[in-house]
Design a protein. Structure first.
Length: 330
C-alpha cells in the first residue's frame, strides 16, 4: 500500500513539474496537452511540456530512484545509519574527474564532462573496494574510514585545480551544485539504462543485507557470503551513484534522508527498505525541483540546493523521534 501511494504521489508531483515554471500551465491543461489533446486556453502547452519540461521531470525521477536505492544499500553495507553514497568517495571522484578534464584537456561539453564524471566516480569506488577487499571482519568500518580518507584527498586535489584555473573554477562551480535542468535526451537515455540495471541489482543485493547486519560470522554460519555481498553491493552503489552524478552533478543528502523515511515503514528489513527508498528519493527530488522554480521567480534555485535546504531540517525532526532511533539502532 505504501508503494502504491508513493507511485501515485510521484505521478502527481510529475504533473506539477510539467505545469510549474517561468510560465505556469493549469493542471487540467497540462494533462490535456500531455495526452495530445491541447486546449485553446494554452495552444502551445504541448510544445512547452514535451520540448522543455518532460526531459527535466523524467531525469528527476530516474536520478531520485538511483540515489534513494543507493543510500539504502550504503547504510546497510556500512552498518551506519548516517552513511550516504557520497561518503564512499563517488561524488568526490566525479568532481575531480570533471575538473581534471577541464584543466588538462579544456573540455567544457556537458556530454564529455558526464563521461568524465562517470569514470572518476568508478575509479574512486574501485579504490575503496580494493582497500576493503584486503580486510575481513572489520570491512564495514574500513569501508567508512577508507571513504572518509579518500574523500579528503580527492577534495584536496580538486581544490588545487579549481584555485589554479578560472575556467576550471567556472565549470566546477556550476556542476557541483547538482541540477536536473539543461540536460540532453542522450544524458537521460544513458542514465536510465544504467540505473535500470543498478536498481535490479540493488533489489537482488538487498536480500543478503538482513543477514549481513547480524555480523559477518553469524551471516556466514547462516550460509551467506558477507564479502561477496559487500563487493556486489559496492559495485551496485557505484553504478547507481555514478550514473546519477554523471547525469546531473552531485545531489547531496538525498541518499541519506530517503532510506530513513523508508525505514519508518519497513523497519530493519532491507528488502522492503530498498524497494521504498527508491521511489521516496524520486518523489523528494521532484518536489524539491518544483519548489526551486517557485521560491525565486523569475529565476530558480538548483534542485541540489533545495534538497539540502529541505532535507536537513526534515532529518533533524525525524531524529527526534524515538521510533526513528530504535529503527536506526537495529
Amino acid at each position: 500500500m505504501t508503494l502504491v501511494a508513493l507511485l501515485v504521489a510521484i505521478g502527481f508531483a510529475a504533473l506539477l513539474s510539467l505545469a510549474v515554471g517561468a510560465r505556469s500551465i493549469p493542471l487540467v491543461d497540462t494533462w490535456n496537452a500531455l495526452i495530445g489533446n491541447p486546449t485553446p486556453n494554452v495552444p502551445d502547452a504541448g510544445e512547452l511540456i514535451w520540448g522543455q519540461r518532460f526531459l527535466r521531470t523524467a531525469l528527476a525521477i530516474v536520478v531520485g530512484l538511483a540515489l534513494g536505492a543507493a543510500g539504502a544499500l550504503t547504510q546497510g553495507h556500512t552498518r551506519n545509519p548516517l552513511a550516504d553514497p557520497g561518503l564512499l568517495g563517488v561524488n568526490a571522484g566525479a568532481a575531480l574527474a570533471v575538473c581534471a578534464a577541464t584543466f588538462t584537456l579544456g573540455f567544457s561539453d556537458p556530454a564529455v564532462l558526464s563521461i568524465a564524471a562517470f569514470i572518476g566516480a568508478g575509479l574512486a569506488a574501485s579504490a575503496i573496494l580494493a582497500i576493503s577487499a584486503r580486510t575481513s571482519g572489520s570491512a564495514p568500518l574500513v569501508l567508512l574510514l577508507a571513504g572518509v580518507g579518500l574523500n579528503a584527498a580527492l577534495i584536496a586535489f580538486t581544490s588545487a585545480l579549481v584555485l589554479s584555473d578560472n575556467a576550471t573554477l567556472e565549470t566546477w562551480r556550476f556542476w557541483t551544485v547538482g541540477s536536473v535542468n539543461g540536460r540532453t535526451t542522450d544524458t537521460l537515455t544513458v542514465a536510465a539504462i544504467l540505473i535500470a540495471f543498478g536498481l535490479l541489482a540493488a533489489l537482488i543485493n538487498a536480500g543478503s543485507l538482513n543477514a549481513s547486519t547480524l555480523g559477518d560470522d553469524l551471516a556466514t554460519s547462516l550460509g551467506g557470503s558477507p564479502a561477496a555481498s559487500r563487493t556486489t553491493g559496492l559495485l551496485t552503489i557505484t553504478l547507481l551513484t555514478a550514473a546519477a552524478t554523471a547525469a546531473c552533478g552531485p545531489i547531496a543528502f538525498l541518499g541519506l534522508v530517503a532510506p530513513h523515511l523508508a525505514r519508518l515503514v519497513s523497519g530493519p528489513d532491507y528488502r522492503t527498505m530498498v524497494l521504498l527508498a527508491a521511489p521516496i528519493g524520486a518523489l523528494m527530488l521532484l518536489i524539491c525541483d518544483v519548489l526551486g522554480r517557485i521560491v525565486a521567480p523569475p529565476g530558480e534555485v538548483a534542485s541540489g540546493i533545495m534538497v539540502a535546504l529541505i532535507g536537513a531540517p526534515f532529518l533533524i525532526v525525524l531524529l527526534n523521534s524515538t521510533r526513528m532511533f530504535a529503527s536506526a539502532r537495529r
